[in-house]
Design a binder for this molecule. Sequence first.
Ligand code: HEM
Length: 393
Amino acid sequence: VNDKTLSERPTRAEFDHYGPHMGEQAPEVLAEMRAECPVAWSEQHGGFWVVTRYDDCHELSRDPQRYGNSTGTIPDLFGGLKLPPISFDPPEHGVYRDLLQSWFTLKRVQGFEEFVRRCAQARIDALGSPAELVAGFTRPFPRDVILGVIGVPDADVDLIGRMITDRMENATADQAEVRASTESLRQYMADTLIASRRRKPSDDLVSHLVASEIDGEPLGDELIAGLLHQVIGAGIDTTNKVLATALGNLAQDPAAQAGLREADLSVAVEEMLRLHAPVSVGRLCHAQSVVGGVPIEEGERLLLMFASANRDETQFPDPERIDWARSPNRHMAFGVGIHRCLGMHLARMELVIAFEELFAAFDQIELAPGGRVTFQPGQVWGASAVPAELRRR
Ligand code: HEM
């Protein structure tokens, strides 16, 4: 890239999705960028493009040849570690995705319903009042679900749960620490979990992977651990953040809460996903191209802001308004194209069940007096503390 091209770039040099103001204020910052600088060059984290409009995010996601997934996080939070399938491009991507896909079909996920409900009920039963809903419910509930579906024995759930929480809360921590915590998780998987299912299979994801093959060959421990790591990494904090942000809002908006109690939850959770989309994804440009009129060079990184796409006024009339019955609602919270969220049926079920059970247990969920909802910025964005007063039925 020559200096002339650089100086002509539409720029938001200071944009940093990990900046402290990108917690609570993220929707306003993104609305301003959508209007004024929808494809913007940031100088942070080694430089990357920020893409905020619906059509641009959509188009990029549909072109995996040109915009690859080898740079999923900006900055690189995994020390170069690649997670199957999300960090791979075709053709490897499809091979790895197929290994997980059959475990997360709508039909298979429906079979998890009772288990998911038990997980929600157990956490809700243990809540006092006032309660911090992230620590007490939105974080442990999806963790219990994913670890159960994978096949982590009950006795290890707390230990592994802590490893994962440490890992998530250190999302921007130094690489050596991140590598060490990733290593201990991997070690547990290979030495304990996978080894035990190789000896004695059960009805869980680990056993399914142990029995799977690629071209007639069984999968090695490293690939299985990578796939499990992917499910843990993609399936817990995401669901946590949608639930937490939604509860943070509902605790402060009694009319929205009353509306949701009356709404068809299976439709309403789509509006929740639209408004509280937590995930943004990185892409690597493989061939010179143009996005929204802006030239992008080979080797440059882009960050697709799905949360912003979901509030794009050209796609959603009155986008800031909550409409629990909004239709159509083609939000991009789960992405689009070949990487579209593999766990979306499970995620939707968890959201529906969470609210069914919360509303059955409490007739009012309010912000605790003097309490404040706090937010965590970053590529999995959302509320990080929701202090609430709960009135049991
Ligand atoms: C509300 C909760 C969730 C949200 C908002 C969410 C969001 C996303 C998004 C945006 C992507 C696309 C990434 C890209 O385009 O590169 C994705 C991919 C993925 N998600 Fe989710 N997700 C959620 C829950 C889950 C759950 C519960 C699982 C558990 C199985 C899961 C597993 C995955 C996997 C494995 C991928 C990678 C798919 C691929 O590369 O082909 N997600 N998710």
